[in-house]
Design a protein around this ligand. Structure first.
Ligand code: SPQ
Length: 427
């Protein structure tokens, strides 16, 4: 599907964007292995989270979906059954990596795969620590390990593992395996990454604690089903925060957004760039911080972004690159080599597509350098089937000189079904 986006300014209104993708995935996984029924509200019915639902249904878990309300009939820590068919994670890295931590400890073997993008994303990063715990995971070995994966359930033992790269997916896979292991599991992070797994596990009765950069996980006998409220996804809100900041005469409010400090790097960066952002009505729901975010038009300036903040905004770098095109001066993004192993190589794809719009942007080995020109031209853009590229380029199009067409724009459904309707609503 091709979508044409015309230049626009004066974005006004209040919106509530769909539920957080990371938290929605975890609600299905942890609800499935809890004792009792979990009612989830605000669930993201994007394609990635539906892939997680499908995997657990194939393992015998009854899951009812009614709009954004999801009911999971959990069967406890040892209630999953061997799937009759291969599990399919489609485009979702979170699904394949987190589920692998659970599957490694089951009394059955199974096979798990995903689409062509998933089959190019490295899986040795989860296989290596899980293998140290005793897991048996096999796949296509070609320098790194790739899906399809064959996972043969095994008896696991707790380990102390230092993550070679900051990754919430790897941390979560090890923690989930640690729930089933003999003895304590400790994961040391080089930098803090999103901690939704830890928060939700503690909410459901597990014993996960922190000591500096160490996360300590003790095995559990049971998790207890509880209602889960999923806040709106800050990664989805980011597109509208950026759109309001770069277009003239805009003033928008995005309600009930998850503002867990491990995810708010985008707010910190926009603030340093000079954006007009207010965080209001803060509260705490199911252990997660939630707030409304008000953003008005502003004059941005270029900055340097790197180091410990990168994991707190890794998915927002494409939209930050768009903002940088309209900032005064130069923006340097570094230490972001992890972008190369996302749905696409996002350093390459964002640079390639913004160049088509005449951006002054250069790819580097660990990020990019953008000279703000304050001006982009309309172009024909390839989403590369990457939801975050499609949405970032749609925001860039709002501030371009003429119309922009985004090819394969349906990829937004991965994390934000209805994205283009939200954009229209604010115009
Ligand atoms: O699930 P997937 O495909 O990996 O999705 C992405 C995204 O852009 O939506 C990354 F491509 O988000 C990851 C994120 O980058 C979701 C995630 C999580 O829910 O644990 C963690 C991050 O990845 P990582 O590599 O830091 O573990």
């Amino acid at each position: 599907m091709n979508i044409t986006v015309k230049p626009a300014g004066g974005l006004k209104g209040t919106i509530t964007v769909p539920g957080d993708k990371s938290i929605s995935h975890r609600s299905v996984m942890l609800g499935s292995i809890s004792n009792g029924t979990t009612h989830v509200s605000g669930f993201l019915t994007g394609a990635d989270c539906l892939a997680t639902v499908d995997c657990f249904r194939k393992m015998g878990i009854e899951i009812d979906i009614n709009g954004t309300n999801v009911t999971i009939h959990g069967k406890g820590m040892h209630g999953l059954k061997k799937p009759d068919a291969q599990l399919d994670c489609k485009n979702s890295g979170t699904t394949i990596r987190l589920i692998s931590g659970i599957l490694a400890a089951q009394p059955f073997d199974c096979s798990i795969t995903g689409d062509s993008s998933i089959q190019k994303r490295p899986m040795d990063r989860i296989r290596n620590p899980l293998a140290l715990m005793g897991a048996k995971i096999y796949g296509n070995e070609n320098k790194k390990l790739y899906a399809p994966l064959k996972i043969i359930g095994a008896k696991l033992t707790g380990i102390h593992y230092t993550l070679p790269v900051a990754s919430a997916q790897v941390k979560s896979a090890v923690i989930l395996a640690g729930l089933y292991a003999d003895g304590e599991t400790v994961v040391t992070e080089p930098e803090p990454t999103r901690d939704h797994t830890e928060i939700m596990l503690n909410y459901l009765g597990a014993d996960i604690s922190h000591n500096g950069n160490d996360i300590i996980c003790r095995p559990v006998k049971e998790l207890y089903a509880k209602d889960i409220y999923v806040p709106s996804d800050i990664s989805s809100a980011a597109y509208f925060m950026a759109a309001a900041a770069i277009t003239d005469n805009s003033d928008i409010t995005i309600t009930n957004v998850g503002v867990n400090p491990t995810r708010t790097g985008i707010i910190d960066v926009l603030n340093v760039m000079g954006a007009d952002i207010k965080i209001i009505n803060q509260k705490n729901v199911c252990g997660e911080k939630v707030a409304d975010i008000r953003v008005k038009s502003s004059k941005l300036k270029g900055i340097e972004i790197g180091g410990a903040i990168i994991p707190r905004l890794i998915d927002e770098i494409p939209i930050i690159a768009v903002c940088a095109c309209f900032a005064d001066g130069t923006t340097v993004i570094k230490d972001a080599q992890e972008l190369k192993v996302k749905e696409t190589n996002r350093i390459k794809t964002v640079v390639e597509e913004l160049k088509k719009m005449d951006a002054d942007i250069t790819e580097t080995d660990d990020g990019m350098v953008i000279n703000g020109t304050g001006m982009l031209k309309g172009a024909e853009i390839n989403s590369h089937d990457d939801h975050r590229i499609a949405m970032s380029m749609a925001v860039a199009a709002l501030k371009a000189k003429d119309s922009t067409t985004i090819k394969n724009a349906e990829s937004v459904d991965i994390s934000f079904p209805g994205f283009f309707d939200f954009l229209e609503k604010l115009k």
